[in-house]
Design a protein around this ligand. Structure first.
Ligand code: 5GP
Length: 203
């Protein structure tokens, strides 16, 4: 019986520290991999095409939608973001734990269409801390920060759709808690069928 991998969906307001926690997680556990999303937004000065995102034009993105190449996609602050399907299917079948770091509308699409995914919401300690982090990050204009804070409030309002809510304090602590959640999934009933089969086979 081949064990399939886990699909973990992580959402949380822009600037809450998702990137740093996930990067640490990937260092800690090499069986965990991150899906690289496609986006139509401009590349930031510190980002690498093909590593942080696959940066594409709106035309390319639209053509991928029409060919049904995304497991989900959404418009966020005027830009499109989507998760390429092929990478996810291949790695889940290889038994990998695949992380999707996506906004809430995309997460809800997966909840509707993909049975067995786990949904984790990253919560900032407060809106003030979130605002300070966005300002200190120095990657967005003040206008864009205001728009992202407004979106953050709407996102937090629908965090009840998630299985877990993780407050992001320090990177180390949050990574430890995230890893504990992911490891606990191995003990869920549907992931223990092989063990149950082995124990009972000579009964
Ligand atoms: P940013 O522009 O700050 O990199 O990302 C903006 C938002 O888009 C974040 O909330 C991020 O989680 C989300 N996002 C990134 N990739 C995807 C994706 O493939 N699908 C969806 N639905 N959201 C994404």
């Amino acid at each position: 019986m081949n064990k399939k991998g886990q699909l973990i969906i992580i959402s949380g307001p822009s600037g809450c520290g998702k990137g740093s926690v996930i990067n640490k997680l990937l260092e800690e556990d090499k069986n965990i991999i991150l899906s690289i999303s496609m986006t139509t937004r401009d590349k930031r000065f510190n980002e690498i095409d093909g590593k942080d995102y696959l940066f594409v034009s709106r035309d390319v993105f639209m053509s991928k939608i029409s060919k049904n190449e995304f497991i989900e996609y959404a418009k966020y602050c005027n830009h499109f973001y989507g998760t390429p399907k092929e990478f996810i299917q291949k790695n889940i079948n290889l038994g990998k734990t695949v992380i999707l770091e996506i906004e809430v509308n995309g997460a809800l699409q997966i909840k509707k269409n993909f049975f067995g995914a786990t949904f984790i919401f990253f919560m900032p300690p407060s809106l003030k801390v979130l605002e300070d982090r966005l300002i200190n990050r120095n990657t967005e204009t003040l206008e864009k920060i205001t728009s992202r804070l407004k979106t953050a409030i709407e996102e937090i309002k629908i965090s009840h759709n998630y299985d877990f809510v993780l407050t992001i304090d320090t990177v180390d602590n949050s990574c430890y808690n995230l890893l504990s959640i992911i490891n606990s999934l191995n003990f869920k009933y549907e992931n223990s069928k092989k063990i149950i089969y082995e124990v009972l086979k000579n009964a």
